[in-house]
Ligand binder design. Structure first.
Ligand SMILES: [Zn+2]
Length: 309
């Protein structure tokens, strides 16, 4: 029944799914991680009921109006180590291909800003009952308050300019008396192995900036730098981009679409909800994150998405 309904509703449309972190074991600090068995269920249902196609193939199908019925694409953002250690083996197990959008700064430093915040707070000496960063004071006197501080700092930092973000995180690290030298990110050999096994790599800018907050020059450098680093590692063209945070207006705008075109990207994905069809702007293809734990919920959500509700 799922197949019949969605065959009818999905004609000429495709859904692009967006995942981030997937872990086998997670602590209370890992807010927003999906459990591995939960992700594996999604892959099982996708491989049973949907035609999972890689993003470059979806792009060609959109150009010549040849999308298969119930077409679905899998994308994974950021490039954290679980992309390689948990997600990649599961994709191989089900014979599925996905696009990994990587923020290349993590390849150089071993982590991105949100993990740096988590690391600092996790390793805060127990006698520190409060921390002060650039005039902001956070109560860290007990576990709940530390968790709340981590969430508040993460939310604040996400929308800061790159320069201010760097200063803020460095001061946080000093306040917490620890070094930012932990590794939570994939590396070049992981990228090479994933590409050799049919995975596709896309750019997610260099330092995961909110592009709308940066000058055009910084945005262009962020995008071009990440494209060239990934092209030299993957030994292939990097044709697709995922806007960090991904909302048109708040996180990026038409200037950045123009920069992608100038730099030779074929298309880009956002975090706006919806389905793609031949009528879609390939530089602003919508995606959505399915959190459903049951088969009926998951497949139902995909059908609802195809219906455009
Ligand atoms: Zn991201």
């Amino acid at each position: 029944m799922i197949s019949t309904i969605s065959e009818y509703t999905s004609k000429g449309k495709a859904v692009i799914l967006n995942y981030h972190r997937v872990s086998e074991h997670q602590s209370i600090y890992d807010n927003g991680h999906m459990k591995a068995h939960h992700f594996e269920n999604h892959l099982r249902w996708l491989s049973t009921y949907y035609n999972v196609i890689p993003l470059p193939e979806l792009y060609i199908n959109l150009q010549d109006n040849s999308l298969p019925p119930r077409a679905a694409c899998i994308t994974i953002d950021d490039g954290y180590y679980d992309s390689y250690s948990v997600i990649f083996p599961l994709l191989k197990k089900y014979g599925l291909q996905a696009t990994f959008f990587v923020s290349t700064e993590g390849l150089e430093t071993g982590s991105l800003w949100d993990e740096d915040i988590k690391y600092s707070i996790l390793n805060l000496p127990s006698i520190k009952t409060k921390i002060e960063i650039k005039g902001d004071t956070f109560d860290t006197s007990n576990f709940e308050n530390r968790l709340a501080a981590m969430r508040e700092i993460t939310h604040k930092v996400k929308y800061m300019s790159l320069d201010y973000r760097k200063e803020y995180i460095e001061q946080l690290s000093r306040e917490c008396e620890n070094e930012l030298n932990h590794h939570t990110f994939i590396n070049e050999s992981h990228i090479v192995e994933m590409v050799e096994n049919g995975m596709d790599i896309g750019s997610h800018a260099h330092s995961h900036p909110i592009l709308a907050k940066e000058t055009d020059e910084i945005s262009r450098n962020e995008i071009a730098k990440s494209k060239s680093i990934l092209e030299s590692m993957a030994q292939t063209d990097i044709d697709f981009f995922a806007y960090p945070n991904g909302k048109h207006g708040a996180d990026f705008d038409d200037r950045h679409v123009g920069i992608l075109k100038e730099l030779g990207f074929k298309g880009a994905v956002t975090t706006e909800k919806g389905v793609v069809s031949s009528a879609s702007d390939v530089y602003q293809m919508p995606r959505f994150t399915p959190w459903d734990k049951s088969k009926v919920g998951f497949c139902g959500r995909l059908i609802t998405n195809f219906l455009g509700k």
